[in-house]
Design a protein around this ligand. Structure first.
Ligand SMILES: *[C@@H]1O[C@H](CO)[C@@H](O)[C@H](O)[C@H]1NC(C)=O
Ligand SMILES: *[C@@H]1O[C@H](CO)[C@@H](O)[C@H](O)[C@H]1NC(C)=O
Ligand SMILES: *[C@@H]1O[C@H](CO)[C@@H](O)[C@H](O)[C@H]1NC(C)=O
Ligand SMILES: *[C@@H]1O[C@H](CO)[C@@H](O)[C@H](O)[C@H]1NC(C)=O
Length: 220
């Protein structure tokens, strides 16, 4: 029988399936990789400068990483909350459909075991299509609902992807530029004058020849 319990279980399962992004990983690019290798070489060659340069630029690199992690989790949390909203908005409809199904027949039993939200509604649509007029009405509604949920979720996903991409771009640009300054420091360039937070080192500026249009993320 298509019980309310199994339906809610299916929906809870959905809550677990939706809204989860992989655990945050720091993005990297070939350019950052190259700069890191350069840093390693330079710090071996200039042990005296190393401590001073890392003392100054290390916290900045940490700050850039932490900022990225925070921004990333904002993107993930916003997506999570919004998809939970969709889930709540359609909950009563789904429970209502299950009641209609119960009064008709037991053919919806298989739908109850489906964990994915969209698939569950599509299951209603498929099974309902073979049944009475009531079932046909459920089928038509369920088809409509499945399509609506699907497009709502797609919209949320693309918003999340734009959000994550912005955070990644910030991270990659800030990391690369900090490594450039760190490497310049290891090469003997002076540290920027205090106060640090408002001033960017300018004497050792290295032009970003790769620009931003060819920006590409490579995951570790
Ligand atoms: C990074 O540094 C800025 C400026 O010093 C500061 O306002 C911000 O809170 C720092 N962020 C983190 C995550 O430490
Ligand atoms: C979904 O609806 C059912 C029945 O109205 C209710 O018992 C349940 O708490 C709801 N679940 C959520 C997550 O809102
Ligand atoms: C289908 O949706 C219409 C309006 O959206 C509603 O009046 C009708 O009761 C629904 N049918 C079923 C079987 O839930
Ligand atoms: C990341 O967060 C910082 C503040 O923590 C903010 O200044 C910056 O605009 C955010 N970047 C993006 C891409 O959201």
């Amino acid at each position: 029988m298509f019980s309310k319990t199994s339906l809610l279980l299916a929906m809870l399962g959905l809550g677990l399936v939706m809204g989860t992004l992989p655990k945050v990983k720091l993005p990297t690019t070939p350019k950052i990789h190259r700069l890191e290798q350069q840093t390693e070489l330079l710090s071996v060659q200039n042990p005296v400068a190393t401590q001073m340069c890392f003392g100054f630029y290390g916290p900045i690199l940490n700050n850039v990483s932490t900022t990225y992690e925070i921004n990333y989790s904002v993107c993930a949390n916003n997506y999570e909350m919004a998809s939970q909203n969709i889930y709540c908005r359609w909950n009563s409809t789904l429970v209502g459909l299950s009641h209609d199904g119960d009064s008709g027949c037991n053919t919806f039993v298989d739908c109850a075991t489906i964990v994915d939200y969209v698939e569950a509604f599509e299951c209603f649509a498929r099974v309902g299509a073979q049944e009475s007029k009531t079932m046909y009405s459920i089928s038509a509604n369920a088809t409509q609902i499945a399509a609506t949920i699907q497009s709502d979720l797609l919209l949320l996903e693309s918003r999340r992807d734009v959000c994550v991409n912005d955070a990644e771009r910030d991270f990659v640009e800030d990391t690369a530029s900090t490594y450039e300054h760190l490497n310049a420091c290891l090469n003997g360039a002076a540290l920027p004058n205090e106060p640090v937070s408002t001033e960017r080192p300018s004497t050792t500026e290295i032009p970003d020849t790769e620009g931003t249009t060819g920006f590409r993320i490579y995951w570790n």
